[in-house]
Ligand binder design. Structure first.
Ligand code: ADP
Ligand code: 5GP
Length: 190
């Protein structure tokens, strides 16, 4: 049996990655999702074990020491990690897997799995990014500032991703990503 493909999606916070990925996951229910561990507090609508596994710093540190993550990184002052066992299980059973991770994680996964398909989602502009982050209303002023400061550095990584998609119109961006996934799954697009 062939191993599943890994689809890595990164974007600066507020771009609309979660919105796009929610639609993609509805459209491709057979795509597995790598549920990351994080020390970040849960947002109201997030489901523990489904969107993220929310853990304390001590638990996270113990998992790092025990080698339970394929990659982990500190992002916007909190820790995030991709658990190794479920990713290995899904990929070795032939399931294609979607990973929503930051640029540090994206580079680490590409290093460990050179066949991974890497996609960087871009906001139409930094001004629009600010508007979207504010419209979501889930971050404190301080967190918003930090996330916007980090956006410029994250965008400089776009050249290291195989595909760049601008999330201007939501429908169009979803179509572009869906077309890429379909094409990769059928062995096309190099
Ligand atoms: P991310 O996961 O990248 O941090 P979200 O998916 O939470 O971002 O989106 C941030 C905000 O931007 C949300 O309020 C969302 O509804 C909005 N949004 C997402 N995509 C678009 C788009 N194409 N045009 C306008 N607003 C968008
Ligand atoms: P948020 O707090 O907005 O959900 O996510 C912040 C950032 O952390 C996003 O760029 C998201 O893709 C990234 N992220 C989520 N899970 C992981 C992970 O397991 N590893 C890494 N490196 N980044 C992650």
């Amino acid at each position: 049996m062939n191993r599943g493909r890994l689809f890595v999606i990164s974007a600066p916070s507020g771009t609309g990655k979660s919105t796009v990925l929610t639609r993609i996951r509805e459209r491709f229910p057979d795509l597995a999702f790598s549920v990351s561990y994080t020390t970040r507090p849960r947002r109201g609508f997030e489901r523990d074990g489904i969107d993220y596994c929310f853990v304390g710093k001590e638990t996270f540190e113990k998992m790092v020491q025990d080698g339970e993550f394929v990659e982990w990184a500190e992002v916007h002052g909190e820790c995030y990690g991709t658990p190794r066992a479920p990713l290995e299980r899904m990929a070795s059973s032939g399931q294609d897997v979607l990973l929503d991770i930051d640029v540090q994680g994206g580079m680490a996964i590409k290093g460990a799995f050179p066949d991974a398909v890497t996609v960087f989602l871009l906001p139409p502009s930094l001004d629009e990014l600010r508007v979207r982050l504010a419209s979501r209303g889930t971050e404190s002023e301080e967190q918003m500032k930090l996330r916007l400061e980090n956006a410029r550095r994250e965008i400089s990584f776009k050249q290291h991703y195989e595909y760049n998609i601008v999330n201007d119109k939501l429908e169009r961006a979803c179509e572009e990503l869906a077309a890429l996934i379909i094409s990769k799954r059928s062995g096309g697009v190099s």
